[in-house]
Design a protein around this ligand. Structure first.
Ligand code: SAM
Length: 234
């Protein structure tokens, strides 16, 4: 799967995508990252990529021309339309389900906004999906793109060496994951739950399932409601 990221701060994105599990997946040829500097496409003599907002107000807005030209260059190279995500707090919040759906694409383009965001006209022209990472505002789409690309990448077969590790995680089956323990058996006077030392896989599985349910009920009861089948008359 190939990810294109359009940004005015490529170094922010490069570090996130080329380290650890994603970096290894790229070296192994499972993923490919193409991070492009929007500034390189600016026709302004000072390579400007932002300007004051019409109507006044604080901050700067990213201008349409360099964003559009950078996007067109990718589409021309690919030879076909490519699903294009704009990271923005003004969107539905990204979920694990979305990560799985996006992982079915061969290519994706992610557009990172900065300052006050991007001129709406270019968004209307190129964006297919608006994605938020949560109900808060971060300084730039680069951080959000790192989150979204990472979550999608983990759903691409071969990226995680232990495939089952994704299947048992939080949000799979609509539940949060059970607590995890490793060595030593006793740490800070607290012992690992006895059942995990029993070697009885069926009992361990049942315990984990129960812990998942308890945790979800306590921390995120909304997830349990989402999983409930629709009642009659709905
Ligand atoms: N003025 C914008 C607003 O109120 O919606 C916020 C701009 S924010 C300071 C700069 C950029 O960060 C945005 O253009 C967007 O790309 C990114 N961003 C901020 N919060 C985000 C979030 N929760 N999810 C995704 N992207 C976000």
């Amino acid at each position: 799967m190939k990810f294109y990221v359009l940004t005015i701060f490529p170094e922010m994105v490069e570090t996130m995508l080329r380290t650890s599990i994603l970096g290894r997946a790229e070296k192994n040829g499972i993923l490919e990252f193409d991070v492009r500097n929007i500034r390189d496409y600016s026709l302004d003599k000072h390579k400007k990529t932002d300007d004051y907002p019409y109507g006044g107000g604080a901050g700067m807005v990213m201008t349409p021309q360099p964003v559009f030209d950078a996007h067109q260059a990718i589409v021309r190279e690919e030879g076909h339309p490519v699903r294009t995500i704009y990271l923005t707090p003004a969107a539905k919040v990204f979920t694990q389900k979305d990560a799985k759906a996006f992982a079915k694409e061969e290519e994706l383009i992610l557009l990172c906004g900065h300052y006050e965001g991007v001129d709406q006209r270019v968004l209307d022209a190129i964006v297919t999906d608006y994605v938020s990472i949560g109900d808060y505002v971060v300084t730039g789409g680069e951080i959000a793109a790192g989150v979204v690309v990472d979550a999608i990448s983990r759903m691409v077969p071969g990226v995680l060496t232990n495939e089952s590790s994704a299947e048992e995680e939080s949000f799979e089956g609509g539940l949060l994951e059970y607590p995890q323990y490793t060595r030593p058996e006793i740490w800070n006077d607290v012992k690992v739950p006895e059942i995990l030392l029993s070697g009885d896989h069926a009992k361990v599985d049942a315990w984990r399932k129960e812990q998942s349910l308890l945790r979800t009920r306590e921390i995120r009861p909304d997830l349990l409601k989402k999983e409930a089948p629709p009642s009659h008359g709905e």
